[in-house]
Design a protein around this ligand. Sequence first.
Ligand SMILES: NC(=O)c1ccc[n+]([C@@H]2O[C@H](COP(=O)([O-])OP(=O)(O)OC[C@H]3O[C@@H](n4cnc5c(N)ncnc54)[C@H](OP(=O)(O)O)[C@@H]3O)[C@@H](O)[C@H]2O)c1
Length: 342
Amino acid sequence: MSDDRWLATTLSVGAAVVGAVVAFRRQLAQRAPVAQSLQHQVHVVTGANTGLGFATSRELAKRGASVVMVCRSREKCDAAAGRIRRALAVQRGAVAGSVTTATCDLASRDSIAAFVAEALPAAVPGGAIDALVNNAGLMSGKKFGEDVVDGVDATVRTNHCGPAALTLRVLAAFDVRRCVVVASRLEKRGRVGEVLEGGTPDASAYAVSKQMNLLFARELAKRRPETLTVSCTPGMVNTELGRYHPLFALAAPLRHALLPTPAAGCGSIVHAATAPDLAPGGYYAKATAGGFEAVAPSPDARDDALAARLWDRTAEWNAAGGGGAALFARVPLDGCARGEDL
Ligand SMILES: NC(=O)c1ccc[n+]([C@@H]2O[C@H](COP(=O)([O-])OP(=O)(O)OC[C@H]3O[C@@H](n4cnc5c(N)ncnc54)[C@H](OP(=O)(O)O)[C@@H]3O)[C@@H](O)[C@H]2O)c1
């Protein structure tokens, strides 16, 4: 092959690859829709120091909201808030909002109690919250029941027990207009039914916890109609979620090339937190044709009886003081947040 032909072929193949990558990223991206001003609104976002929580906080604040960024590390929270404040300071056009910070470790019952009793009232003196965004999450890469800390699966504790306890405590103490639960399409592999039967299904702890998120949101929407409860799934986004996977660092070039950034991927969360016309209990994702649409969770995650059982088990376990009674027969939630109001 002549040099010219070789060069032309290389350039065409290169252009085709770049085009395919750009198209793929565009397909996954779900930028937040241009929306109404959020001035005078208060949004509370967990897991706000990085990934989708950070991007969501920035997006909400750019539109005028007062955002309470909730993180487990004070240093990371302050650094993230500083980055957003610098962006807001040079923002043109729309009136920028503001960010404040508060710490809460969702794996710790004491930390959740202190957050709701002290940090949140200080950050939200008026007591009204337009949206509580339960975004924080952990993907340990472990199977359900493989990593049990203080009697509870560590991922379930952080992704389900902690957020559930935090939500119910916040709902009891504040005027919350909307509650957003960030789930994942991986919930369809969750098999919560088997877990509640005392089994240890061959499922990742993450999938189990994400199906629990949807079941919790479903039951909450029914039990608390005065608060709009909705769920969403952001799709695949290039965040730190896979940080515990051994190949996470190695796969960085691939992730950067193929997946949307958190800024380009937080749209469904912002939509769930702000769109005016959402259905109670709805589950939202990016629509193929652009925009966002209600999607159906897996059959298990829309099983009303299962949602009620998960709720009741939590309540039973809590009523027993969290000591003897097990939420899950095999992997008790001993040590899971046991708020009095759970
Ligand atoms: N990225 C995706 O492709 C994808 C897809 C579907 C759903 N999601 C969901 O999106 C949400 C955000 O995830 P992400 O992708 O942005 O992941 P990420 O970059 O890893 O961010 C997760 C956030 O959760 C926080 N967190 C973890 N454990 C915590 C704990 N015990 N207490 C308080 N905060 C804790 C992390 O804090 P530290 O930084 O201190 O650990 C971090 O701020 C999760 O619920 C996830 O399930 C993500």
